[in-house]
Design a protein around this ligand. Structure first.
Ligand code: CAA
Length: 258
């Protein structure tokens, strides 16, 4: 049983929910918690009854970053040996869509974990930041890269070099989150978004997610070629036959993930 997270494999049909659960520490991401997320995501990725996954914290904090108390005494050699971000690489490889439901603090590693997710629903109270500079370090899990791709150079520089937080409205303006809702709705809104995706063909969803991510990893020509191959490959699925037949017959498609 995980100690630092709560897992509901079926918060809605085909939608799983992982909740970070270190409330006293504002969900600070210690090594153990990250390993638990990694293991659970591997299980949920393999579970045919799960088609989308919501990741949340609680109302006060999504996560206030990597666990500073756990890291404080480490040397560079310790850090290299522990190499904690390989766990994060595994999380990034999750094939199913990950939707972050963010309320309160999403800071440092918390903001970085959120940016590994594919979409973000934020509550009006959410605050985002990369405050590592204020504790003598810098972002180490994508904060200088994914944040810059999301919000552009000057805003990323401001956040990374000053450590200042931005609020939900600003995050929306800069494209860091999909939607901002009142605090009482942020989790439901994320589950609803996941449910819409869960009604689609899960194979098409996975391939589409993979293709969108290539936009950040490959030169355009290769990425377009990758996208085209995925598109053609989907014609090997029953879901493609069902989806197109349903359109022609003017009925709702029922996708089986075959
Ligand atoms: N690590 C460990 N403990 C943390 C923590 C963190 N990142 N963030 C908060 N906590 C703990 C606090 O130490 C405190 O514990 P105690 O009650 O035992 O003292 C508890 O959570 C509540 O926090 P505060 O009392 O500080 O709450 P606040 O409302 O006054 O302030 C806050 C909230 C502004 C988020 C403040 O806690 C804070 O600045 N946290 C650290 C944020 C940060 O620097 N994150 C980056 C970490 S490094 C990183 O993430 C590297 C990377 O790239 C992966």
């Amino acid at each position: 049983m995980p100690e630092f997270i709560l897992v509901n494999p079926q918060i809605a049909p085909y939608v799983a929910h992982i909740q970070l659960n270190r409330p006293k520490e504002l969900n600070a991401l210690n090594l153990e918690l990250m390993l638990e997320i990694k293991e659970v995501l591997i299980q949920l990725d393999a579970d045919e009854n799960v088609r989308a996954i919501v990741l949340s914290g609680n109302e006060r904090a999504f996560a206030a970053g990597a666990d500073i108390k756990q890291m404080a005494g480490r040397t560079a050699v310790d850090m290299l040996k522990i190499d904690q971000f390989t766990t994060w690489d595994s999380i990034r490889k999750t094939k199913k869509p990950l939707i972050a439901a963010v309320s309160g603090f999403a800071l440092g590693g918390g903001c970085e974990l959120m940016m590994i997710c594919d979409m973000v629903i934020a509550s009006e109270t959410a605050q985002f930041g990369q405050p590592e500079i204020s504790i003598g370090v810098m972002p180490g899990a994508g904060g200088t890269q994914r944040l810059t791709r999301a919000v552009g150079k000057v805003k990323a520089m401001e956040m990374v070099l000053t450590g200042k937080f931005i609020n939900a409205e600003e995050a929306l303006k800069y494209g860091l989150v999909n939607k901002v809702v009142p605090i009482e709705h942020y989790l439901n809104e994320a589950v609803n978004l996941a449910s819409v995706i869960a009604e689609k063909s899960p194979i098409a969803v996975q391939m589409a997610k993979e293709s969108v991510l290539k936009a950040f990893e490959m030169p355009l020509q290769e990425a377009l070629f990758f996208e085209r191959k995925n598109f053609y490959m989907l014609f090997a699925t029953e879901d493609q036959k069902e989806g197109m037949a349903a359109f022609v017959e003017k009925r709702k498609a029922v996708f089986k993930g075959q």
